[in-house]
Every structure is written in C-alpha cells, then in structure tokens.
Ligand binder design. Structure first.
Ligand SMILES: [Zn+2]
Length: 262
C-alpha cells in the first residue's frame, strides 16, 4: 500500500560535509527535508521507491536497479566519510517489472552504488529508518505521457503489495534561474518553476502534464519526468499538497513538496 509520497531536490550541498557554510543559504530546503523525514518516519514505511534523473539511464526504456543491496557515498563531491547502505526490495521490484513490461519498455539493471539523485534525499529521510528497503528507478526520454502511464502501472503493484511503500520523486526544478545558473540564464526558467508550483498548489495535475514542451525544455530542469511518474502513481488518490519549501538561491530551483493522502 502507498503510505507516503513527496517531491525532493538533490543538490549535494545539502549534505553538511559538502555544503558547509553554503548550507545556510538553502536552510529552508534543509529544514523542509527534516520535516519530510519526520512525516516519512510517522508513515512507517517498509520500502522507498525512489525515482532519480541521475542513475544509469536508457533513452527508450525505463529502468529499475535491482541489486542485493545499495551503497551511497558522496566521494565525487569530496566527501569521503558519509557512507550509507540500503537493502533491496527484490520481490516488489520484480512484480513492478512484470506488470510494466507488457505495456512499456522496461529494463532491470544491477548497480551496487546509487547516484546523488537517490543519495541526497535518502541521506535526509532515512535518518531513523535503519532497515528500510529501496527500489531505485530511472526515467527515460520517452514522452511524458508514457512516464505518467509508467506511474499508473507502478501504482497497481504498490496497491496490491502488503508492504508499506513510500514514493520519492527526486528532481530539481529549473537550472536557468539566474546568470550564474549551471545552464545559463533563461527567463523561461523562473516562468516554468512559477507555473509548475502554482498548478501544484491547485492540485491541477492534468495542467502540469499539459505544460508547454518548449517551456519545459528551456527551463533545463531534471525533475519533470520524475514528477510525471509520481503523478501517475498518485492518480485516483485524494490528496492534499503541502509545499514545504522552494528556493532558487544558487540559480537552481529546489522544491520540497509532500502529498498527503486523505
Ligand atoms: Zn538533477
């Protein structure tokens, strides 16, 4: 059953040993992640299905990373001390794969180390969840309607499962908010983030799925496809949307949102 769902950003500077003083500049995001951790803990999850833009990706197929366990470290960002490890949830991962494969291309991969798109949110939200199982999922470059459909298929297996499942859609908003942004400045960056959040506040998921493709492209986001899968999973549930934080301090939009099932 589905017990929790959220949107999270994944800047490595959220990790205190990496961000150091810079962490102060995104303290709303860090606080929101801590709040999310409490909400997740209260939901007593057995499994976290986490959708990341930065795992191994196949352009024309969705991927599930199925390995016996998963390690997280941030060595590529200069942190050689943080080390986390998670168990897999192989039965549920295989059931999702079987459910999806008749309708959409899906591939099972096996990597023992998770990317920072998984690692940063997991660092925050699993502080008190020692035995949590993880299912890492990568999106594709198939069209966004197929991402929504992928989510709808995942939802059916989550609903059937006896496990208490949390879903985290990891992704950053625009990377082109300011002149110092990683993707350079585009006025479409802020426009995308504003429109997305305003639609989300109104729970207008069909509106988000119909957002202008050029606007999405020019915003240089990495989260829209992760979020599209999550919206497919959430379809048919009644929910409240809680925007916990939004910051664009470093020219990239960081959104933390919790979807409360009602
Ligand atoms: Zn990203």
């Amino acid at each position: 059953m589905l017990v929790f769902s959220a949107i999270c950003p994944h800047p490595p500077i959220l990790i205190p040993t990496i961000g150091k003083d810079n962490l102060k500049q995104i303290k709303d995001t860090a606080e929101a992640m801590k709040k999310l951790e409490q909400e997740l803990y209260a939901s007593k999850p057995d499994v976290i299905l986490i959708i990341s833009p930065h795992g191994e990706m196949i352009p024309d197929a969705f991927c599930i990373n199925l390995n016996s366990s998963y390690k997280v470290n941030f060595e590529e960002f200069g942190d050689f001390t943080t080390k986390l490890e998670y168990r897999s949830s192989s039965l549920l991962a295989l059931k999702i794969k079987e459910r999806v494969e008749n309708e959409l291309p899906i591939i099972l991969l096996s990597n023992d180390t998770l990317d920072h798109g998984c690692g940063v949110p997991l660092f925050y939200v699993t502080k008190h969840l020692k035995n949590i199982e993880v299912i890492p999922v990568s999106y594709s470059f198939l069209d966004t309607d197929k991402h929504f459909k992928f989510g709808q298929l995942i939802k059916k297996e989550i609903a059937k499962s006896e496990k208490r499942v949390a879903v985290i859609a990891s992704g950053d908003m625009s990377h082109s908010l300011t002149k110092s942004s990683p993707a350079g400045f585009s006025p479409k960056g802020a426009e995308f983030d504003k429109e997305f959040i305003s639609l989300l506040k109104r729970k207008d998921i069909p509106g988000i799925m119909k957002m202008n493709k050029n606007l999405i492209e020019e915003a240089s986001e990495c989260g829209y496809r992760s979020f599209s899968i999550l919206f497919g999973i959430l379809e048919e549930y009644k929910l409240d949307v809680e925007i916990l934080s939004y910051e664009g301090t470093f020219g990239v939009g960081y959104l933390v949102a919790n979807f409360k099932l009602v």
